[in-house]
Design a protein around this ligand. Structure first.
Ligand SMILES: N[C@@H](CCC(=O)N[C@@H](CS)C(=O)NCC(=O)O)C(=O)O
Length: 243
């Protein structure tokens, strides 16, 4: 019998959006089962169908997290990590600050959607090869305009309490997601990150501090942390990267 409190449901062969939830749970020492990795993608499809037919509110898309004892299922990365924050008393202790953390997490959701749209600017249902020209255009705009604008914003947030985390010396769901954002962009756009990162030392310091959280360090060292690949959200296509 597993002692896991939660079931995470997400596509098994990529980090994807599921990784933001995994990193948060790892930092918080929460135990979960990665259900589609124990089974396969079909198991995920079937679980979603079952929930859609249950007459209860159901997730639209993975990732979603299930509290095993109650079968309560909750979707949307930003929503999942803020729900867990409340459940396990991992917030700032101040309601308005917690709202600002959620605001930042939702902004991370926005940039993650833009990262996806760089390689799929026309349609998610088409292959990358079918939209390469549009992707090149989208990548240029993302690298030159969007990345610095988002990074300015995250750096400003990291300076409110003088780092290394957004709350100062206490990590939150925003920091674990910033870690994944930096890691993902380093993989996808290494040349761009190399030139940009020197302007954003606070972002790198946050990334390094998250990597040192015991639960995260242990997780990163485990088989559960699979490598980035060309099916995930953060994808490396050489032609989309430039300094
Ligand atoms: N805003 C949602 C996005 C969820 C999402 O787009 N999930 C993807 C996988 S990363 C999916 O399977 N989408 C199916 C669909 O949109 O039809 C979140 O942050 O969790």
């Amino acid at each position: 019998m597993s002692d896991a409190q939660y079931d995470l449901w997400y596509w098994p062969s990529i980090q994807g959006r599921g990784e933001f939830v995994r990193l948060f749970m790892a930092a918080a020492d929460l135990k979960w089962r990665d259900r589609a990795r124990e089974g396969d993608a079909q198991a995920l499809v079937e679980d979603m169908e079952r929930r859609a037919e249950s007459g209860q509110f159901a997730p639209y898309a993975p990732p979603y997290l299930v509290e095993r004892e109650s079968d309560f299922a909750i979707a949307q990365v930003a929503h999942i990590v803020s729900w867990l924050t409340g459940e396990h008393d991992l917030g700032s202790g101040d309601e308005r600050t917690n709202l600002h953390l959620i605001q930042l997490q939702l902004t991370i959701t926005d940039i993650v959607a833009e990262v996806h749209d760089v390689h799929h600017p026309v349609a998610g249902g088409l292959y990358y090869d079918e939209q390469k020209d549009a992707a090149a255009q989208a990548a240029k705009a993302f690298r030159e305009e969007r990345m610095p604008k988002y990074f300015d914003h995250f750096q400003q947030a990291l300076r409110v309490n003088e780092g290394p985390f957004v709350l100062g010396d206490r990590w939150s769901h925003v920091d674990t997601s910033l870690f994944q954002l930096v890691e993902g962009l380093r993989y996808a756009l290494p040349q761009r990150m190399k030139t940009l990162e020197s302007d954003y030392p606070d972002l790198g310091a946050c990334r390094d501090a998250v990597a040192k959280i015991d639960g995260v360090a242990h997780y990163l060292d485990s088989d559960s942390r699979i490598a980035f690949n060309k099916d995930g959200i953060f994808r490396h296509y050489e032609e989309l990267d430039a300094a």
